[in-house]
Write a protein that binds this ligand. Structure first.
Ligand code: SAM
Length: 332
């Protein structure tokens, strides 16, 4: 049967083809800049089931969503997570399924994930130093993350991208070490500007601008602009001469990329969220639990997309309203 895709557009004529789903708010790390503080984990019954997620993705795919990213919390701590990949991989119209993970459990699951239909993975890693890893994340798991990166490469979850959130005085002295990995080991490193959310007490504040990082890492050579690796995200990529890997910069603070935004988010407790950095959300869990039809779901999806603002209101100084939600619930 021919798939009817009309395309999903927001009020600013941006085409929305990418759905990011937070599958859990729980995590096996407790990073200083992403910690939930006093907020209790969501109750299991408040989290969307795999069947409910499937319904939403099916409706979204009929509207023109063709890329899905699973995130969290840590997606791999959700029981039987590979089952969800298998379900989504079978949905007509979805041709790219990716994962954002801290990598700890990838050594165990990479092969099964690949078989299930996962295409590629982004792994978050902020330091290459064991003691510092413990300080940032609260756990002694650097070895497992490095094993996870290897496992992802081994089974071909390519391109494997390594996401580093750069924090002044905490890990910014390692930006060159990460860049060197793009030369020596073919890593695709992405430097992410820290956003002032998820740190209610303001204990972490030191954003380092991408431009500064770019200047600092060029002690290793002159960076050349590079197209790719595969992906449709906001990163700008470069490469050192003869490097197999790349370095990318994600600049939500110093140069927002809202005009190219192609995404819609879904929180683990079933809210469509048009923008990471705006408080607007549209509840769809209630409709799902009241037996909403596919057409009803499509109307809700379009309604959420219509709520997308032209751009977010982060200007480098103002902490945005995130509706009291930590990053792990929204999905980073
Ligand atoms: N557990 C998975 C992981 O570690 O990749 C997925 C969820 S995590 C919230 C997704 C990404 O958001 C990570 O790369 C994390 O470093 C990033 N992140 C969390 N809080 C952030 C902040 N305030 N500013 C920038 N990036 C942040």
């Amino acid at each position: 049967m021919e798939r009817k895709t009309t395309g999903l557009f927001d009020s600013w004529q941006r085409q929305i083809n990418y759905l990011r789903i937070s599958v859990t708010d729980r995590c096996n790390l407790n990073c200083i800049y992403c910690s939930v503080g006093e907020i209790l984990p969501l109750r299991h019954e408040d989290i969307l089931s795999y069947e409910e997620i499937e319904k939403v993705v099916r409706a979204a795919a009929e509207m023109g969503i063709n890329k899905v990213r699973l995130t969290g919390g840590e997606p791999l701590v959700r029981p039987d997570f590979c089952k969800l990949i298998r379900i989504i991989a079978r949905i007509d119209g979805i041709d790219d399924i990716s994962l954002t993970s801290n990598g700890i459990l990838l050594g165990r699951y990479a092969e099964e994930l690949k078989e299930a239909g996962l295409k590629r993975v982004n792994i978050s890693l902020d330091t290459l130093k064991r003691e510092r890893f413990k300080k940032i994340t609260g756990r002694d798991k650097l070895k497992e993350v490095l094993a996870g990166i290897e496992a992802a490469h081994k089974v071909g979850l390519e391109p494997v991208k390594i996401n580093m959130v750069v924090l002044q005085g905490i890990n910014d002295d390692e930006v060159v070490d990460f860049a060197r990995k793009s030369i020596d080991e073919g890593w695709h490193v992405r430097y992410i500007e820290f956003m002032p959310i998820g740190t209610p007490n303001g204990e972490v504040s030191g954003m380092v601008a991408a431009q500064e990082i770019k200047e600092r890492i060029q002690v290793l050579g002159k960076l050349e602009p590079y197209v790719g690796p595969e992906g449709n995200g906001p990163a700008r990529y470069y490469r050192f001469p003869d490097a197999r890997g790349t370095v990318g910069f994600i600049t939500p603070m110093t140069e927002h990329f809202c005009h190219t935004c192609n995404r819609l988010r879904m929180t683990s407790d079933g809210n469509l969220r048009p923008c990471l950095l705006a408080e607007d959300e549209l509840d769809i869990k209630e409709a799902l639990r009241n037996g909403v039809s596919t057409n009803g779901l499509k109307r809700l999806i379009q309604q959420a997309v219509n709520m997308k603002r032209k751009e977010h209101n982060l200007d480098g100084k103002i902490a945005p309203e995130t509706n009291g939600r930590p990053m792990c619930q929204i999905g980073g």
